[in-house]
Ligand binder design. Structure first.
Ligand code: TPP
Length: 321
């Protein structure tokens, strides 16, 4: 496995911290009533979004899930407009009409979240088919979690992607739960990689809390996809730290979360970079300050943005080149 350049490692860290602090801020704003509707926090899973999305180009398409803030930030970098969207404002990515689960920015390849579990998988095949049909080397990514692998659409999509050799990277974020149901109570065969291989899709399991491992696996998969070598699947083993959704009480057994603390993706990467001498304590302080100031600006931007006019059609039109 090739080592990762220092400037890329720093970029990965910047996004990890940005997403973590963004989600912490969203949690506060939600409880203050500044964000309404359902929110699904991504804390604990940041290394997956960052490792995958930072291996992509702008024009590659990403189809997200109901838990999509991390994907949206890592793919588009549009923190201010994502925050405004969560706050339901007109300058949000979807002009305040979509909210947390509908973050779209096609010019940056961000093709939205999805309230339908597993719904993004067939859409990601659509993105891949478009690229293949146009003769482009663009690739498409479909994120989903362990709950989606028991939806019929997952099996259908594995088959079609393999049959048509679509340039799609399917990314399973195995975060141990589907809403409040632990994976062992919902899934007879938990080997997602094995399921993919049964359909002829090349698949690999990685530590989803290790941003470098995810980035390296995604980079290799993306390179193969650009050479039309057929679909790939990455199963990223991770852990969702927060309850399923802002309005559902926690479902964890006492002490369970703490067991995952040593695997926290942000601390893990910070510890490794400090150990390598790649960053110093003052670099970290500066990074935290930068992120805090950026989030302050994002919240101000959202709060200043007008409420959407319900009479105005929120749709924007994009044509993928
Ligand atoms: C087709 C469908 N069935 C059920 C639901 C209700 N629902 C919303 S989130 C969720 C759990 C999804 O679990 P998973 O895919 O593992 O994602 P996680 O929330 O763990 O990130 C369910 C069942 C839904 N939105 N769509």
């Amino acid at each position: 496995m090739e080592s990762i350049d220092l400037h890329i490692k720093r970029e990965l860290l910047e996004y990890l911290v940005l997403i973590r602090r963004f989600e912490e801020r969203v949690k506060v704003l939600y409880h203050q009533g500044a964000i309404m509707g359902a929110i699904h926090l991504y804390i604990g899973q940041e290394a997956v979004a960052v490792g995958v999305c930072r291996s992509l180009r702008d024009e590659d398409t990403v189809f997200s899930t109901h838990r999509g803030h991390g994907h949206a930030i890592a793919k588009s970098g549009e923190v201010e407009r994502i925050m405004a969207e969560l706050m339901g404002r007109d300058e949000g990515l979807s002009r305040g009409h979509g909210g947390s689960m509908h973050l779209f920015e096609p010019p940056k390849g961000l093709m939205g979240g999805n309230g339908i579990v597993g719904g993004g998988i067939p859409l990601s095949l659509g993105g891949a088919f478009t690229a293949q049909y146009q003769g482009s080397d663009r690739i498409s990514v479909g994120f989903f979690s362990d709950g989606a692998v028991n939806q019929g659409t997952f099996a259908e999509c594995l088959n079609l992607a393999a049959l048509w050799k679509l340039p799609v990277l399917l990314v399973c974020e195995n975060n141990q739960y589907a809403a409040t149901t632990p994976v062992e109570r919902s899934t007879a065969v938990r080997d997602v990689v094995g399921r993919a291989r049964a359909f002829g899709v090349r698949a690999e399991k990685v530590d989803g809390n290790d941003v470098e491992a995810v980035f390296q696996a995604a980079t290799a998969a993306v390179a193969a996809l650009r050479q039309s070598q057929g679909p790939r699947l990455l199963e990223c083993e991770t852990y969702r730290v927060e309850p399923h959704c802002g309005i559902i009480p926690d479902e964890r057994t006492p002490g369970e979360r703490e067991l995952w603390n040593p695997r926290d993706p942000v601390s893990l990467f910070v510890g490794r970079l400090v150990g390598e001498g790649a960053i110093s304590a003052s670099d970290l302080e500066a990074l935290e300050r930068r992120v805090r100031e950026r989030l302050d600006r994002a919240v101000e931007f959202g709060a200043r943005s007008p409420w959407p006019d319900p009479q105005v059609d929120p749709h924007r039109t994009w044509v993928l080149q």
